[in-house]
Design a binder for this molecule. Structure first.
Ligand SMILES: Cc1ncc(C[n+]2csc(CCOP(=O)(O)OP(=O)(O)O)c2C)c(N)n1
Length: 600
């Protein structure tokens, strides 16, 4: 292909190489300085291009798509504040290990720090939040420089998808002309190969091996587990695509240990036999409710806790782990120290799946009895607590308007397979507490890297763009307000999704904090009731807006909305303060039930 000037060729080579290395889409926003890259992307036959007006929403859309796919997605914007608008999503991608390739166009070097229009310091703009930064040289026509550009593109994708996955940033300066107009003398040294003579596909293929533990280390860990009377497995939030390794279920089966499955771990759903507590593996989903009760203080301590994934969403679980004297082992393939309880005694840097599989095999060779007396006693505590929690929830669903009841009401409508996206604040906590483990393949996602309430709609729509499975997002009203711009992507990117808008007129979560008692400033500065009516979003964004009054209508309306080929917003209103009092009442009811069980 011929390119009329060096910028056009530079843009073509960079985009071609990123696509060849596996970029699973590019989210572009309008601007002049990025023209050579935007033109190259729109000329590319295989690269899916998503056009977004707002860079902040665009970045979260890319994040959601990359998170759902477990593959790198690119971002492209012009110079100046456009690039800064990517920052929130870059922080989330960094902490949550989601692969993003960020391309920011820039002014040529002599215009930096000169007062030139729309010029900011973009060098290392995202600081340590990116796995790799490179300030590319100005476009050049030499074979050697173009080869370097191809290597940089391959390296960007390889680094973004490495261990740990995360964002990378290429800053790309261009001088005019930015459009594909002819410039005499801009012919490349090698017009056919443009720096890639003799190579097909990706210029540099990357291969990554798995990190396995040496046998002696597996043996030592297996000794710990075999000698323990009480073992707990904790699966925290996982990196993309979020499926728990089957070896976790196998280890649960062979040890008889309860698996405390964070909703974002990939283990809450999709494990065969998960809901049947008499046939291991025993997947627990109600621990957020019962681990904080007084009744649990009388339980015997676990001896060994084996943990995978990031720090759990559930505060009661984190508090339980922090207070425990058990020997806690954290397995992390990236060697990350993601453990803010400071309770871990052993930090294992290895891939989870082969490590858990090796442990299972070693323990099985040793004939560990999953039904040993102490193990069974301990497990029965969790079984009883799970039974009590789910039966109290069922009773209260019938009895009263329960904000957390949105979760089972939505799950009732969700087909197998499907994707559930939980906004931060109470939605993700309610999913943690009220999503009962089952065998359906439901992928649960949330932005728990930095837990922002910004970009939630865009992340959900980006995730929906990545899958044919239906996606339902549960979003609070402040989070919905925060990213209303993101709604535009549904039509522009042809995304089918359903948003359940839990409208309690402000930040309901603050009722759970002691600041609730301080008035002022509680209402004005924390809860921030806004009184906004969101139905005009229907006309503004061409979506289907429905208001429902109760949980059964929510389930019915969700069923109709799922898979209807467009964006639906279903609003259900609650009183935030009453919701918190109900949550407290449910905990008290559970505590009483467990204490009564103990004394009988
Ligand atoms: C970008 C950002 N700003 C502020 C916060 C602090 N924050 C956490 S939860 C919350 C309230 C969210 O309200 P809403 O989305 O309506 O959910 P609810 O609390 O009612 O469940 C706020 C402001 C945050 N996490 N992220």
């Amino acid at each position: 292909m011929t390119h009329p000037n060096r910028n056009a060729r530079w843009g073509h080579v960079l985009i071609e190489e990123l696509a060849a290395a596996g970029l699973a889409g590019l989210c572009v926003s309008p601007g002049s300085r990025s023209t050579p890259l935007t033109v190259a992307a729109s000329d590319h036959e295989d690269l899916r291009v998503f056009s977004h007006l707002d860079e902040r929403s665009s970045a979260f859309f890319a994040l959601g798509r990359a998170r759902r796919l477990g593959a790198p997605v690119g971002l492209l914007c012009t110079s100046g504040t456009a690039a800064a608008n990517y920052h929130p999503a870059v922080l989330e991608a960094s902490n949550a290990r989601v692969p993003l390739v960020v391309l920011t166009a820039d002014r040529p070097p002599e215009l930096r720090d000169s007062g030139a229009n729309q010029t900011a310091d973009q060098v290392k703009l995202y600081g340590d939040a990116v796995r790799w930064f490179r300030d590319l040289p100005e476009p050049d026509t030499t074979d050697r420089t173009l080869r370097r550009l191809r290597v940089d593109a391959a390296r960007a994708v390889s680094t973004a998808t490495g261990t740990p996955a995360g964002p990378v940033h290429l800053n790309v300066p261009f001088r005019k002309p930015l459009e594909p107009v002819a410039v005499p003398g801009d012919e490349p040294e090698d017009p056919d190969g443009v720096g890639a003579t003799g190579r097909d596909g990706s210029f540099v293929e990357s291969e990554t091996g798995s990190r396995a533990l040496p046998d002696a280390a597996v043996d030592r860990l297996a000794d710990r587990i075999a000698d323990a009377s009480r073992v707990v497995l904790v699966a925290g939030p996982a990196g993309p695509p979020g499926a728990a390794p089957p070896s976790l279920a196998d280890l649960g089966r062979i040890t008889g240990a309860p698996i405390l499955a964070d909703p974002l771990s990939g283990a809450r759903f999709g494990i065969p036999g998960a809901s049947d507590s008499h046939d291991p593996p025993f997947v627990c989903g109600g621990f957020d409710a019962y681990l904080g009760t007084d009744a649990v203080e009388d339980w015997p301590e676990p001896d060994v806790v084996l943990r995978i994934g990031a720090s759990p969403t559930s505060k009661p679980l984190r508090t339980y782990l922090a207070a425990s004297d058990a020997h806690q082992v954290l397995i992390d393939p990236a060697g990350g120290w993601r453990e803010a309880e400071f309770a871990v005694a052993e930090h294992v840097v290895a891939d989870e799946a082969p490590t858990l599989a090796a442990l299972t095999e070693t323990l099985s060779d040793r004939g560990v009895d999953p039904k040993g007396r102490d193990r069974t006693d301990y497990r029965e505590r969790f079984e009883a607590a799970e039974r009590a929690h789910w039966s109290i929830l069922e009773g209260s669903m019938e009895r009263e308007r329960l904000e957390g009841g949105v979760v089972p009401a939505v799950l009732d409508a969700m087909p197998d397979p499907s994707t559930l996206f939980a906004s931060n604040s109470m939605p993700v906590r309610d999913v943690d507490r009220f999503a009962r483990p089952d065998e359906r393949s439901i992928t649960v996602l949330a932005n728990r890297g930095v837990s922002g309430i910004d970009g939630v709609t865009s992340t959900a729509l980006g995730a929906a763009s990545a899958t044919d499975d239906p996606l339902v997002a549960i979003v609070g009203d402040l989070a919905f307000y925060h990213d209303m711009n993101g709604l535009l992507a549904a039509g522009r990117c042809e995304v089918d999704a359903t948003i359940v808008l839990v409208n309690n007129d402000g930040g309901g979560i603050f009722h759970a904090l002691p600041i609730e008692q301080f008035e002022p400033p509680f209402t004005e500065a924390f809860k921030t009731p806004h009184g906004l009516s969101f139905d005009p979003t229907e006309a503004l964004y061409d979506l289907e807006f429905t208001r429902v009054d109760d949980l059964s209508a929510l389930t019915e309306t969700c069923r109709g909305a799922i898979g209807d080929g467009r964006l639906d917003v279903i609003e259900i209103a609650f009183d935030a303060e009453a919701s918190h009092r109900t949550r407290e009442a449910l905990t008290a009811e559970l505590d009483a039930a467990l204490s009564a069980d103990d004394s009988s």
